[in-house]
Design a protein. Structure first.
Length: 301
C-alpha cells in the first residue's frame, strides 16, 4: 500500500533547514541545530509523527515567526501558504497544522507590524505604521485569531478536499533545565486557553480533526520555553500521537502512544500566575522579543 502523503503548516517550531520552500524563514538551521540538539529532519516532531503514521512528507510549508492572522503572506491565512502544501503536482492526503503561538505572543497582527516582527506581511507599508512595543492585547484578539484560523482551514479544505486535516492545539513549553512549569498563560491579558478554544471551534466548523495536545496536560522542553529541544520534539511528537489516538486516528495505537509519552518523561503542566504579564516583574519579556515565560512559582496543586 502506498504511503500517505503528509504536509505540514506551521511556524518556527516546524521549520528545519532544507525542508521548507526557498525564501521561507527557518529557525532550525545552522548553530540553532547544535544548540537545540535538533540536528536532522528526523529529530523534528513532525517527522516522528509522520513516521508513526506510516506516511511520507510531501511538503513542509512552515515559516518562522508567522502568525495565522495577517493581511497577506507569510500569514498562515494566505493563499501562498496553502499553495505551499502541495508539491510537484501532488496534493497531500494528510495536513498537520500547528500554528498560533505567535498570534498569542504578539496579541494581534497590528502589534506584530508595529513591533516589526520578522514575519510581517510583505504587502504592508511599514513606513506608514508607527513603531511601538506590544502591550496588552485588546479583548477581541482571540476572536480575530479564531476567524483567521477558520478561514485558513477553509482554504485548506477547498484546495485539498481529499485531505484529512489535523489541527494541533497549542502546548505549554518549559525552559530547559527547569524543574517547574515556566509557561506564561496570560502574556497580554487574553488567556492562552481562549486561543485553544478558538482552534477547537474553527476545526469543528470546518470538519477538521483536533489533536488536542493541550488537553493532555503536559509541558514539552523548550530551549527558551518555546522552541523544542531534541527532547522537547520527542515529547511533543508523543503528545500529538496520543491526542490523535484519543481522537480516533486508526493509524495510531493508543497503548503505543502512551508508552512513547512515558518514555519521553514529559513533565506535567502546573499553571503559573494567571494575571497578565505586561507590567509584571516576573515576566520573562513582553516587548518585541517576547518570551512565553513566567518566573513566578507555580500555583499550588
Amino acid at each position: 500500500m502506498a504511503k500517505r502523503l503528509v504536509s505540514v503548516l506551521g511556524d518556527s517550531i516546524s521549520t528545519f533547514e532544507g525542508c521548507n520552500p526557498e525564501g521561507f524563514q527557518v529557525f532550525y538551521e545552522g548553530e540553532r541545530r547544535l544548540t537545540t540538539g535538533v540536528r536532522a529532519p528526523g529529530d523534528t516532531w513532525w517527522a516522528q509523527v509522520i513516521e508513526a503514521l506510516d506516511g511520507e512528507l510531501l511538503a513542509n510549508g512552515s515559516y518562522s515567526g508567522s502568525m495565522v492572522e495577517g493581511a497577506g503572506f507569510p500569514a498562515g491565512d494566505s493563499a501562498e501558504r496553502i499553495e505551499a502544501l502541495a508539491r510537484d503536482g501532488r496534493q497531500p492526503d494528510v495536513v498537520l497544522v500547528f500554528m498560533g503561538i505567535n498570534d498569542y505572543g504578539w496579541g494581534g497582527a497590528d502589534a506584530q507590524a508595529a513591533g516589526r516582527g520578522n514575519a510581517v506581511p510583505e504587502c504592508l507599508d511599514l513606513a506608514a505604521i508607527e513603531p511601538r512595543e506590544p502591550g496588552l492585547a485588546d479583548a477581541g484578539a482571540a476572536a480575530r485569531f479564531g476567524a483567521a484560523y477558520e478561514h485558513m482551514l477553509g482554504r485548506i479544505r477547498a484546495a485539498y478536499p481529499q485531505a484529512e486535516v489535523w489541527c494541533c492545539t497549542l502546548c505549554p513549553g518549559r525552559m530547559v533545565g527547569s524543574e517547574r512549569s515556566t509557561f506564561a498563560y496570560n502574556l497580554r491579558g487574553v488567556h492562552f486557553d481562549r486561543y485553544n478554544d478558538a482552534i477547537r471551534a474553527a476545526a469543528a466548523h470546518t470538519g477538521c480533526h483536533v489533536a488536542d495536545v493541550a488537553a493532555l496536560g503536559y509541558d514539552y522542553e523548550g530551549l527558551e520555553g518555546t522552541h523544542p529541544t531534541a527532547r522537547g520534539m520527542r515529547q511533543f511528537a508523543a503528545l500529538v500521537l496520543g491526542a490523535m489516538a484519543n481522537a480516533g486516528e486508526q493509524q495510531v495505537d493508543p497503548a503505543a502512544a502512551e508508552a512513547a509519552l512515558v518514555a519521553t518523561d514529559a513533565p506535567r503542566s502546573r499553571r503559573t500566575c494567571e494575571a497578565p504579564c505586561v507590567g509584571c516583574p516576573d515576566a520573562g519579556a513582553t516587548n518585541s522579543h517576547w518570551l512565553c515565560v513566567c518566573n513566578r512559582a507555580p500555583l499550588p496543586s
